[in-house]
Design a protein around this ligand. Structure first.
Ligand code: NAP
Ligand code: 8YV
Length: 309
């Protein structure tokens, strides 16, 4: 008999197909009555595919052995509660590093050169009447990376290709990295032209990019967030963008998604993106494969490929 698993949200098509070939899959996100579904099958579920799992849901799945998250960031899973219940948790690291790093550099250039606005300028027939205003560039600027991890290092590589100087902040200095380390985020922001956020979300990093950090970045400084909306004091950022207390922001993630604050839509000094850092065919294929491979390894009694708990 195939093991019964619970899928908590929409997954990549190839991943859903592979899961259905191996397991009996119950889809929580499409159930008309979620409580009724859990009541009916909860006692038989041995795995969850996807995120959004708290201790309350775990308690309704007494045979749960493993949660395989679709994504490297697992802040939507209560890992403490999972550990306490002896439930394993896996994520999808590394396979998405390049896609996220590419989008980061793309958004930085888009913001510096106002590419979305330039496209509108041409489409609206304004070019023949007046030249486009001059913009800034990345070359020669300092980028401070908050979170020089797997993705942060790929962003650093690409920033160097843009002839930028790279510095970083984290909880500890990485002896093998050639970049200047700051043990204080505010100091790094003060010395940076661009501040790129790519550290994990969750309680430990909540609002660490505070008003004080943004003030240190200053009116000439640009902010990029490709991590999680929770890392920034969003209300402070919005007020400072409106009043040009920071020069601009390129944002792939927000405090609330997808129901983001519409105040962002009015701003000229932002580039907005719908949480699409990993959203390419090739990367989503690899992420889905890793979700399935972790579940199969677990039920075949093999070591997990990418366990976080
Ligand atoms: P990672 O390899 O674990 O790197 C995280 C980095 O953050 C590490 O260098 C770590 O350094 C630093 N860090 C952790 N806690 C910190 C804290 N409290 N203060 C300062 N620095 C801290 O993770 P990754 O694979 O690069 O992924 C990073 C995050 O990107 C994910 O967790 C996810 O939320 C986000 N992400 C977003 C997208 C998207 O679509 N936009 C896609 C993929 C991932 P220390 O240990 O030295 O502090
Ligand atoms: C995904 C991400 O968009 O991996 C992460 O942490 O944020 C993204 O790759 C997300 O996890 C898919 O729902």
């Amino acid at each position: 008999m195939p093991e019964e698993i619970l899928q908590t949200h929409k997954l990549h098509d190839r991943c859903e197909k592979a899961l259905a070939e191996r397991f009996t899959v119950h889809k929580l996100h499409t159930a008309a009555d979620k409580d009724a579904l859990i009541k009916e099958i909860g006692g038989r579920v041995r795995a969850v595919a996807g995120g959004n799992v708290n201790g309350e849901l775990m308690d309704k799945l007494p045979k749960l052995e493993i949660i395989a998250n679709f994504g490297v960031g697992y802040d939507s899973i209560d890992t403490k509660a999972a550990k306490a219940r002896n439930i394993r948790v896996t994520n999808t690291p590394n396979v998405l590093n390049d896609a996220v790093a590419e989008l980061t550099i793309g958004m930085m250039i888009a913001l510096a050169r106002r590419i979305p606005q330039a496209d509108q300028f041409v489409r609206q027939g304004k070019w023949a009447k007046v030249g486009y205003r001059l913009q800034s560039e990345l070359t020669g600027k300092t980028v401070g990376i908050l979170g020089l991890g797997r993705i942060g290092k790929e962003i650093a590589n690409r920033a160097q290709a843009m002839k930028m100087r790279v510095v970083y902040h984290g909880r500890k200095k990485q002896a093998d990295e050639p970049y200047v380390f700051y043990d204080n985020l505010t100091d790094m922001a003060r010395d940076s032209d661009w501040l790129v956020i790519i550290a994990p979300g969750g309680k430990g990093t909540e609002k660490i990019v505070s008003r004080e950090v943004l003030e240190a970045l200053g009116p000439e400084g640009y902010l990029v967030n490709v991590a999680r909306g929770t890392l920034i004091d969003e209300a402070a950022m919005l007020e400072m963008l409106k009043n040009w207390k920071i020069a601009g922001a390129a944002l792939d993630v927000f405090e609330k998604e997808p129901a983001m604050d519409p105040a962002f839509w009015e701003l000229d000094n932002v580039v907005l993106s719908p949480h699409q850092g990993s959203a390419t065919h090739q990367t989503r294929d690899k992420m889905g494969d890793l979700v399935v491979a972790n579940l199969v390894a677990h039920f075949d009694g093999e070591p997990l490929i990418s366990a976080v708990v």
